[in-house]
Design a protein around this ligand. Structure first.
Ligand code: ATP
Length: 316
């Protein structure tokens, strides 16, 4: 059983334009529209692989209704938390040179009341399940409370017990605060840029990531995965470090590959697989997502095939 939480889902529009010139009228074809949100993408991935998944989404206004309608068609179960305001739009403009311009709204404010409502829903949901779900807290939130996720971790461990596995896919100050708190998540997945930002260093390759894994801020987190796009990843699990290499693929759209990776990891943890298999699933899901035009989709056939070509080297 997996529960993902998305505090700031979006209605995404991707426009394809011949050219995009600032300050001029730019004409383009009708956009591709899709629902966006890290927890939604991760949940979809785990559900495609066969997990029992519930996706909890905070929704507002007419965009929230559109998102709800789309999520009701999905293979996972949904819990919707309605709040005032308007769920955000995210607009991507892609020109013929493949330059990508993004306009992303902040989204509705997560007030103290909303934050509490979400927490209460997560706890209620967890108590109604036969066994504690794996909980994945994913993505940004429009809040002034930079300790929001830290508070969630504390409350969730207190109420659900220390054995509950909480995965976080967050970045920036929220991640920093979570790691500086006394209660640590079970799993984090910064990409290499987020990892560099977290440590205030300029890190450009996997060797440097490996060197930094002993940084004090990363102590006591059982499972760290630093994803490195087409270069694979570096992982630290219970003190063991792995350099994870993936084969080259003809990537079509890698957006959302990190979310798919989190979905693959959640699936494997839920199945109780070994760390080696868990890493293979995470990588194969990220790659499978990159092979699709759509964001946050994987194919079971591709995942199973790609999984066999992932090389794990344990660093002693
Ligand atoms: P996003 O924020 O778009 O969800 P991310 O930056 O968090 O992504 P990445 O490090 O880009 O995450 O990708 C996660 C995983 O997906 C990688 O470790 C790798 O397995 C796979 N992946 C991503 N990009 C590529 C690519 N171009 N070719 C092959 N695999 C890729």
């Amino acid at each position: 059983m997996i529960l993902t939480v998305t505090l700031n889902p979006s209605m995404d529009s991707i426009y394809f334009a011949e050219t995009f010139i600032l300050g001029e009228m730019n004409r383009c074809s009708n956009p591709i529209k899709a629902v966006g949100g890290k927890g939604i993408n991760a949940g979809r991935t785990a559900a495609i692989l066969g997990s029992d998944v519930t996706v909890m989404s905070v929704l507002a206004g007419t965009n929230g209704e559109l998102i709800r309608n789309a999520l009701e068609q999905e293979a996972f179960k949904s819990v919707f938390i309605p709040i005032p305001g308007e769920s955000r739009n995210a607009v991507t403009i892609m020109d013929r040179e493949k330059n990508q311009t993004e306009i992303v709204e902040l989204g509705p404010v997560i007030t103290v009341e909303t934050a509490q409502k979400v927490l209460a829903n997560v706890i209620d949901f967890s108590f109604t399940q036969q066994k504690r779900p794996i909980i994945a807290l994913c993505g940004s939130a429009n809040t002034k409370n930079e300790r929001l996720y830290q508070d969630y971790l504390q409350q969730l461990y207190e109420q659900l017990g220390a054995e509950v596995k909480i995965l976080t896919d967050i970045s920036g100050q929220q991640l920093k605060n979570v790691l500086q708190g006394t209660i640590k998540p079970y799993f984090i997945k910064p990409n290499i840029h987020e990892f560099a930002e977290l440590l205030s260093l300029s890190i450009v390759n996997k060797q440097e990531v490996i060197r930094q894994l002993t940084h004090p801020i990363l102590q006591d987190i059982p499972f760290i995965l630093v994803s490195c796009g087409g270069d694979g990843a570096v992982a630290k699990y219970q003190g063991r470090i792995f350099d994870v290499t993936i084969p080259a693929i003809n990537s079509i759209n890698p957006t959302g590959s990190g979310d798919a990776t989190v979905g693959g990891i959640a699936f494997a943890l839920d199945q109780g697989l070994s760390i080696e298999e868990t890493l293979r699933y995470g990588m194969a899901c990220g790659m499978s997502n990159a092979l699709e035009q759509a964001v946050g989709y994987v194919s079971v056939e591709n995942v199973e095939a790609l999984k066999n070509n992932i090389v794990l080297q344990e660093i002693k």
